[in-house]
Structures are given as structure tokens and as C-alpha cells.
Ligand binder design. Structure first.
Ligand code: 9MR
Length: 468
């Protein structure tokens, strides 16, 4: 989903969506409706309290009205899905998938290989590299396989980079027991389990500069290597847990820095997503109306990256209401866009106004080709990390010289003799399926934006197209 030409300057209605708004919005305007007009995903986690049934009814109403992408706060993590060895537990995850489907939402899966929320039984194998590799592979196979075709994107590897120095995080059973190749392997296994899922590396502090001394600079070097080695990675998730600048004197992150990362990733055909946004204030301080307004401005500045950068499409907030937020544990407060009483805050207003007023550059829709997938099995290319030869990891390579472009309703493909062509609308629903035998196929679909996947054997290429 991304960047369609949109009608800007929508007529403002008179209906107030929430108490205390100084701005008016039309009755049918929500974050979700305006995000969809702009071709982006906007979302919030389903808190663990939702899974336990402990939230007031209007929480869910707000969630499904305002958001079009969802992720579980804790319920798809390793400890939740494989609490004991090879015994999988999908009840909560299934509940969310059902909810998302009923409400037409995109689904993020979070997270497969992470140092935290790993059940104790895994640590029993901390000195057994072979066993740990097979534990991770089995976990990924089962979990991604269970939700194949349902979970649209996965955080395959989460927080693998150290906090203080640009290097891998040493404190991780996966890193200590396997080495850095657990990362490459996790992507390959996730891709094998669901070749259509978008696969992300996810981390925090990525808004602190793209230089060799910062996390984002280190990550960028790894992404270059993964891409060069054909590791199937499609996106970087920037968690973006940030603190209001006036209360954190040491805060060194900025929307501009994150935008720079997005632009570097675009050169590699990798997307940037904001996956866990919150902008908290220090616990204990009085937060004034003007503080909340400044917070709204920062929410808007991060949104601008998603609206303006062609390889950015997702703006996900780590919670709905300040009442149910993990931020207290980080000595922060009031970092979300609804207050304790589920009333929209100035940040909500600020996001709405920006979504309403945003005018995309006129030529983005036809030329955006950021969604390239990379998937081929055969190749002798090797990653530079040391591979465990006892477990064969099929390496992947890019789709080589395959290209596609569209003119009118005709799709032209080069580099494939006989391609299977599948066209999906921007919500991922299939709308056309056919074969391309002689380099061209007529797509029997209405005008609009679509994702097209062409496949031949194990090679495939995914790209966004505009039918005009
Ligand atoms: O919000 C989650 C909280 O309920 C858990 O106790 C915590 C445990 O690690 O994880 C929180 O979610 C984290 C996410 O999975 C990864 N990025 C940081 C998030 C906030 O800590």
C-alpha cells in the first residue's frame, strides 16, 4: 500500500470526533479513512489487556475505526507461541488474526528471533549450537507456517544490535549460542515458510543518525550485505520509542535522522516502517496543554516521513490509550494519542490534520517500485558470516534481470519466458491471475493501484503498478 494520488483539501464537515477538538472533521473521516486516501497504513497494537478481555467496549470500537494495521503487544512472541518445546500455542494470535480479517486490517507479526521473551527451556540449549539452530528453525517454520498467507509481514529479527556500541548485541541466547548467522538464517527460514510475507529487521534508536557510530549506520551496513547476499529482507522497522525533547536533555534522535535512514534504504529497495511509535514525557512531571501540542507536532513530523518517502508506508503506534501503555516501565508517561479516558489528544488532532492536508507529489503513483521482493533458491553466493554447515540454509538471490512495466492495461515482463502473474489490490485481495507467455499480458482490472507478483519457477518479482 502506498502513495496513490489523492484528493487533497477535503471539505471540512462540522461534526466533532472528540471532545476538546479545535479542528473539525467530516463525520466519516477517521485516521484510517484518511490514511487509506494517502495510501499508507496507520495502526496501533492490540494491548495484552484486549486479549484478556479487560478493556472497555469503546477501545475496540476506536481501534477498528481508526486503524488499518494491527500487531499483538506480546501474543505472537516466542514465549507466547512456543511456551514449551515443540508445543505451540496459537489461541491468542488466532484471535487477533480473526479480528483483523473481520475488520479488513493488515497484520504484522512480532517477533520471531529476539533475545527477550524467550522461554526458559530454550536456555537449556545455550551451549549447543546445532540444537539452537534447529530450535529457531523449527519455531520459525511452525509459527510463520501456521499464519502463512494471513500474517502479511513479520519482524523476523528484533533488537539484535547493541545499545551502546555499533555491534551485535552480545546478550542474546541466539547470538551467544549460534553467532550472528542466526540473523541471516532466520530470514531465510521465514521466507521459506511464507514466500509472500514481507520480512523486516526491527530495532529501536534508529532515529539517532545514520553514521557508523550510531545503530542505524551499523544496521545499514548489514542491510547492504544482506541484500548483496540475497538474504530475503524487505523492510526495516524503526520502533521509534522517543521522548519529548524538552524533558530528555540527552535525546539525540530526530525525524530528520530517520528520514535519512529511509532514503539510504530506498537505494537498496528496502522499505522503512515506523513500528512502535510513542513519544513520552518523563514520569512525574506535569504535562501541560502546550506540552501535548508540541508532542502532537512531533507525531506529525514522524508521520511526514511515512507520507513523503516513497519507500515508507506504515505508521504504527505502540498502544492506543495512555492508560494501557508499557511506558511506565521506562520512566515515561503520556506517550500515546488517546488519554486515560480514551479521548483523542492534540497528537490525534495533529495527525488527522496532516493526513487531511497532505498533497503528494504528482508523479509518485506511477513510478513507485519500492516493493521488490527477492526470492530465488539456487546460488552459490555466500554470506560473510560463518555458516553452520551442519544445517543447510538455502541462500537466495535477487530476481536478476527480471523487469516489468505497465502501459494502459498491459503488463510487460522481461527476463521470464512464461510467468505466472497475480495481481492484488492494496489490501492484498487477489483480483487477477493469469499467465504471461510472450512478454505481455492484459490485466483485466479497473483503474487503480495494485501489487503485481510475477513468478517463474522459484524466481519472483513483486512490484506496485498503477493502471490508468
Ligand atoms: O509492550 C510490551 C510489554 O508489555 C512487555 O512487557 C515487554 C517485554 O519485553 O515488551 C513490550 O514490547 C516491546 C516490543 O516487543 C519490542 N520493542 C520494545 C517494546 C516495548 O518494550
Amino acid at each position: 500500500m502506498k502513495k496513490r494520488l489523492t484528493i487533497s483539501g477535503l471539505a471540512l464537515g462540522v461534526t466533532l470526533l472528540g471532545v476538546g477538538f479545535s479542528t473539525t472533521f467530516a463525520a466519516d473521516e477517521t485516521l484510517r479513512s484518511l490514511a487509506e486516501k494517502n495510501g499508507i497504513y496507520i495502526g496501533a497494537i492490540l494491548n495484552s489487556q484486549w486479549f484478556g478481555g479487560g478493556l472497555p467496549g469503546n477501545y475496540e470500537q476506536i481501534h477498528k475505526t481508526q486503524f488499518n494495521i494491527v500487531v499483538a503487544e506480546n501474543e505472537m512472541k516466542f514465549d507466547a507461541t512456543e511456551p514449551s518445546e515443540n508445543r505451540f500455542s496459537y489461541g491468542n494470535g488466532d484471535k487477533m488474526v480473526k479480528y483483523a480479517k473481520q475488520n479488513g486490517m493488515r497484520i504484522r507479526g512480532h517477533a520471531l528471533a529476539w533475545h527477550s521473551q524467550v522461554p526458559n527451556w530454550v536456555n537449556n540449549y545455550k551451549n549447543d549450537k546445532k540444537k539452537l539452530l534447529s530450535v529457531l528453525k523449527n519455531h520459525i517454520n511452525n509459527v510463520v507456517g501456521h499464519w502463512k498467507g494471513q500474517v502479511d509481514e513479520w519482524d523476523v529479527v528484533n533488537e539484535a544490535i547493541s545499545n551502546n556500541e555499533p555491534q551485535w548485541r552480545g546478550y542474546s541466547v541466539w547470538y551467544q549460542g549460534i553467532g550472528p548467522e542466526f540473523i541471516d538464517s532466520a530470514f531465510v527460514w521465514a521466507h521459506a515458510a511464507d514466500p509472500d510475507a514481507e520480512l523486516c529487521y526491527n530495532d529501536y534508536n534508529l532515529e539517532q543518525g545514520v553514521n557508523p557510530k550510531a545503530k542505524a549506520g551499523f544496521l545499514l551496513e548489514q542491510v547492504k550485505r544482506w541484500v548483496a547476499n540475497g538474504i530475503p529482507i524487505h523492510c526495516v522497522g524503526s520502533q521509534t520509542h522517543v521522548e519529548d525533547t524538552t524533558t530528555d536533555k540527552h535525546f539525540i534522535g530526530s525525524p530528520d535522522s530517520l528520514r535519512s535512514l529511509a532514503r539510504e534504504l530506498a537505494k537498496l529497495n528496502i522499505k522503512l516502517k515506523i513500528t512502535e511509535l510513542d513519544i513520552g514525557f518523563k514520569s512525574g512531571i506535569n504535562v501541560s496543554q502546550s506540552d501535548l501540542e508540541r508532542q502532537g507536532k512531533t507525531f506529525r513530523e514522524y508521520l511526514d516521513i511515512i507520507l513523503e518517502e516513497p519507500n515508507a508506508d506504515t505508521y504504527l503506534i505502540w498502544g492506543v490509550s495512555d492508560k494501557w501503555s508499557w511506558l511506565g516501565g521506562l520512566n515515561r508517561q503520556k506517550g500515546l494519542i488517546y488519554d486515560d479516558n480514551l479521548k483523542p489528544k492534540p497528537a490525534f488532532d495533529s495527525i488527522m490534520v496532516r493526513l487531511q492536508n497532505f498533497e503528494p507529489p504528482q508523479d509518485t503513483a506511477a513510478t513507485d517500485t519500492t516493493a521488490n521482493d527477492t526470492t530465488v533458491t539456487d546460488t552459490t553466493k555466500k554470506d560473510t558470516t560463518v555458516q553452520d554447515t551442519s544445517i543447510a540454509i538455502p541462500q537466495t538471490a535477487g530476481p536478476g534481470s527480471v523487469t516489468m512495466h505497465v502501459a494502459g492495461h498491459t503488463l510487460f515482463i522481461t527476463g521470464m519466458k512464461s510467468a505466472k502473474v497475480d495481481v492484488f489490490d492494496m489490501q492484498g485481495r487477489p483480483v487477477f491471475s493469469g499467465k504471461c507467455e510472450k512478454g505481455a499480458v492484459d490485466l483485466n482490472v479497473a483503474e487503480g493501484l495494485y501489487m503485481v507478483r510475477v513468478r517463474e519457477g522459484s524466481r519472483n518479482l513483486v512490484q506496485k503498478i498503477a493502471i490508468k
